[in-house]
Design a binder for this molecule. Sequence first.
Ligand SMILES: Nc1ncnc2c1ncn2[C@@H]1O[C@H](COP(=O)(O)OP(=O)(O)OP(=O)(O)O)[C@@H](O)[C@H]1O
Length: 460
Amino acid sequence: MSEITSTSTPPPTTTPSTSTTTPSTNEKGEEPIPGLVKSESLLETFDAQLEIEQTNPNSPLYSIKSFEELGLKPEILKGVYAMGYNKPSKIQENSLPIIIQSSENLIAQSQSGTGKTAAFTLGMLNCVDETIQEPQTICICPSQELAVQIFEVVKKLGQFTTIKPILVIKEVDLPRTITNQIIIGTPGRLIDCIGRRQIGLRKMKMLVLDEADHMIGVRGMTEQSERIKDLLPKGIKILLFSATFSSSVDNYTKQYVPEPRVSIRLKREQLSVDKILQFYIDCESPSNKPHILSDIYAYISVGQSIVFVHTIETAKSLANKMREDGHSVSLLFGQGNTTEQRFAELNNFKLGKTKVLITTNVLARGIDILQVSLVINYDMPLDENERPDPVLYLHRVGRVGRFGRSGVAISLVANEHDKKKLMNIAEHLQRPVKELKKDEIEQVDEILRGLKDLTPLQSK
Ligand SMILES: Nc1ncnc2c1ncn2[C@@H]1O[C@H](COP(=O)(O)OP(=O)(O)OP(=O)(O)O)[C@@H](O)[C@H]1O
């Protein structure tokens, strides 16, 4: 197996002189919030910042190649430019030649929001023979919302081709025989359709697992992902993509992906996206958390945000409370909600009809909503054994900071116990999580306004 591990590269050739200076004091002579960058010191537009980011060899968005050099068919390239993508990110540059030009399987890791979806979507589109009206590639992911998102990306990037993708998730009507060349779905419904021979497998040549560590490392999903692989033709090309592949899933991934395979991996210190400012507020007691949350929202006047909680009960009660406080809130959780309800809630949020999305971990992975500038960990990200979960933390906070944008993550700690857990996560990720005192909460708005690059995004 060949291993490409991202290594440190030389310092950037173009360093923005104005981009990251933190002022020593503000106008009132006060110490600034750690990590806050004064808005006037930020570059004028997001596009200008992205251009600089993409010339910095240390950035996950950097590449030395253009999209033209990656071997894509001309009509797919047209789709890339129609999406407004000018240059590939590092993962796109590194993974596409392996997907398109080699016979190797691939395990690909890159930070959240760095364009993995576009990478495997382009790979799937490029491998389709448009003259054959049969399923040729299949992409599995853990949630319906993510499946819809991937489906939309396939449609947009493939808009100048004749390729028609299909969505195979719960409660969606499907034809008796599926002839679409690209299939995107969640594992349960896919197994069901393959079992009923609704999906023909004769021409299948590529299997993609998005959020692959979750798909093959979490009980229930593991068995389903195995089953799908076993049903597909032997020797099919397998691609695993995720922002995280913890050592505990390493063995599974190697078993799942046969040789020959290439592995593109990150070092632990590279996991976190630099442009997410990370804070915590010490609430001193669990019972103070609802008030602190209200206090934060009393001051915020910009952007949209996602609040992550541990249980459906907490999600519901917080949503009620925030609605009573006059906030427009979407509430989304997995169990006990119909697909229609879930999509309606998410759509309202995406369209900006609601400003806050309260959700469980069901939306922690993959969801890409560019106008979100703040993530709140209302409940600590914990694994099933109640241990601090850096992987879950990374995915949750990765809902901001998408493709070079800035964002803020605030974790509410209820007591010393929680604080210890959070510090454990920060240490694991080798990133500082700074304290925001209760009497500094009103500055959250100022911090968000400091993320000036959000402004042009909101009109995108
Ligand atoms: N080459 C590019 N140039 C500009 N924008 C891009 C490019 N590639 C992807 N994007 C945009 O960047 C955003 C994040 O991309 P994407 O959702 O593919 O990230 P991801 O790595 O899959 O994230 P996650 O780990 O959260 O699943 C999307 O809005 C996407 O349209």
